[in-house]
Design a protein around this ligand. Structure first.
Ligand code: NAD
Ligand code: ZN
Ligand code: ZN
Length: 343
């Protein structure tokens, strides 16, 4: 079968490998579609620091169950499934407390729990092996376009669930970066709250997309954007800022626009530093959190919203063997929504 691998520093190649066999408790999934995340570009850009050359990429996979490993009873062949992003153990203290995106066994203090394309062989291939409990039923959702639900929607779902107490009617939410994650974060906020949503992106076509998806206001960022957001909120600031970029200018924008007692969620991996301060003039009570992936419960909520028709992935497909074009187009900012590789 074919697999898209991070084969050497900064190099992604399509390779021919054996079709893998599912072991005990595992299923083999025939991939229908594999989303391409900006994190995949970050992995490629790690160069020599990437620890696992030869890994098949792809952490947003969906398809149909193709073969059951010994002892698997929860699935049947032909069933459409989505592959969970976070391969938590399900039994450690963090997992039992419902914080499986911070699993103690498959993750650690400074590492995320393992997952496909991020430790285990990923979904940018004809087939993927998945622990049975991390293949979740898709029902009647088309598996070709479903993969990004497990990251592009799951990750915003977690960030948003952690700020739900601020999403009261009358609240203002700022979403920075309306790409794969941002276009889903916008739809989720709109689906679960009556908050006013202001979207920020440096690309006009992403802001057009945001308007189509119900954004109340859009801004391209410049030195005056925080002041504009303060003006929109009577000088008080935004109750929530979701930063899906995370570079210094966007983190500074979050800090400059957040309201007292507001909640900032840093999701994008742009390397920016939040200017936390004990100055008397800084807004009081601001809560800042980095946010990784999501929990199993978050994924079930994402699937429920998708089944209800309240959120949808906007995507463009590429044949698996045209993966390089997809990577190049994502890097060039050409993708509206998500790019999906189709084997
Ligand atoms: P994407 O490329 O699809 O979208 C990024 C968007 O940000 C684009 O619309 C782009 O125009 C916009 N943008 C870039 N720089 C900007 C700036 N300075 N100001 C305003 N807008 C800007 O990326 P994505 O796949 O949605 O991923 C977003 C980020 O989230 C990446 O850093 C990715 O690695 C990270 N990520 C984190 C997690 C997590 O668990 N924390 C999970 C998935 C992705
Ligand atoms: Zn991702
Ligand atoms: Zn665990």
């Amino acid at each position: 079968m074919r697999a898209v691998k991070l084969s050497s520093p900064n190099t992604v190649t399509l390779e021919e490998v054996d079709v893998p066999e599912p072991g005990p408790g595992e299923v083999r999934v025939k991939v229908a579609g594999a989303g391409l995340c900006h994190s995949d570009l970050h992995l490629v850009d790690m160069g020599d620091e990437w620890p696992a050359f030869g890994l098949t990429l792809g952490h947003e996979g969906a398809g149909t169950v193709d073969k059951l490993g010994p002892g698997v009873t929860a699935h049947k062949e032909g069933e459409p499934v989505i592959v969970n992003l976070v391969w938590s153990c399900g039994e450690c203290r963090a997992c039992v407390e419902g914080r499986d995106n911070a699993c103690e066994v498959t993750g650690g203090r400074d590492s995320f729990p393992t997952g496909p394309g991020l430790g285990a062989q990923g979904s940018m291939a004809d087939y993927i092996i998945v622990p049975s409990r991390h293949a979740l039923p898709l029902g009647d959702i088309d598996p070709v376009g479903a993969g990004p639900l497990t990251d592009a929607a799951l990750t915003p779902m977690r960030a948003i669930n952690s700020v739900r107490d601020r999403l009261t009617p009358g609240a203002t939410v700022v979403i920075i970066g309306i790409g794969g994650l941002g276009h889903m974060g916008l739809q989720i906020v709109k689906a679960i709250s009556a908050a006013t949503v202001i979207c920020v992106d440096m690309d006009e076509k992403k802001l057009e997309h945001a308007k189509e998806l119900g954004a109340d206001e859009t801004f391209t960022p410049d030195a005056g954007t925080a002041a504009k957001i303060l003006a929109e909120t009577g000088g008080y600031g935004a109750d929530v800022v979701l930063d899906f970029v995370g570079v210094q200018p966007t983190v500074d924008l979050a800090a400059g626009a957040i309201a007292p007692e507001g909640k900032v969620r840093l999701v994008g991996l742009g390397g920016g530093k939040y200017p936390a301060s004990a100055e008397i003039s800084a807004p009081w009570g601001v809560n800042i959190q980095r946010s990784y992936g999501g929990t199993r419960e978050d994924l079930l909520q994402v699937l429920a919203l998708a089944h209800a028709g309240k959120i949808k992935i906007d995507y463009v497909t590429y044949p698996l063997d045209r993966f390089q074009q997809a990577f190049d187009d994502l890097r060039a900012g050409k993708i509206v929504g998500r790019a999906i590789l189709v084997p």
